[in-house]
Design a protein around this ligand. Sequence first.
Ligand SMILES: O=c1ccn([C@@H]2O[C@H](COP(=O)(O)O)[C@@H](O)[C@H]2O)c(=O)[nH]1
Length: 239
Amino acid sequence: MSLTSCDPKVIVALDFDNQNAANELILKLDPNACRLKIGKEMFTYFGPDWVKKVVALGFDVFLDLKFHDIPNTVAKAVKAAASLGVWMVNVHASGGPDMMKAAIKALKETGTNRPLLTAVTVLTSMDQNQLDSVVGNIQISEQVKRLALLTQECGLDGVVCSAQEAIELRKVLNNDFLLVTPGIRPIGSKTGDQVRIATPLSALQSGVNYLVIGRPITQATDPLSSLNDINASICHFAK
Ligand SMILES: O=c1ccn([C@@H]2O[C@H](COP(=O)(O)O)[C@@H](O)[C@H]2O)c(=O)[nH]1
């Protein structure tokens, strides 16, 4: 079953080292059925011109470069990302309030059709031990909540978090503040390096806005069928 929606919930993470392989998949996809995410690997190999080509095909593109630097540098970087016509860009919330405020200010100055700006809270590959070795003495759920509230105070559009935190976050954040969640694994798919995972349906039931899904689609024998199955499983949430 294929499903088309004017607000596709699935963002397909294109993590390929081969542009032809990515293009082959993209040509099978429908911008009404999914959005696309281009991350550090593909951006580093294939650059801004390729991003513009994907945008020109009509896809909403999340440029997932997770900027984390001093405010002036990040402000200029998000402005450069906006010039590619992408739908969403992101920074690390742990870069702090001055950096996040500089980034959203720079985007607002680019005009009304600016990309959405989200901030990464705690990577979905991290468990409590990993977090303890970076930031001591705080539970993952608390750290995610702290960074999400800070991100909202700084005026950004949403956060990247795990769907496991969504129910608690929805209690304290504005309804229109976006929750974008990687670590999505349909039942039976390999976890890989993801730790804080959820199924597509349970994520949306928890209040998530967008599902970032890479390998369960891109590494499937039939990626289009995998995407269609996921969309069918969440058709209740399609607008
Ligand atoms: O906390 C985060 C932030 C970003 N990601 C990115 O999402 C995709 C997930 O791909 P899968 O193949 O579905 O695991 C990947 O591009 C990551 O860089 C994340 O996983 N967690």
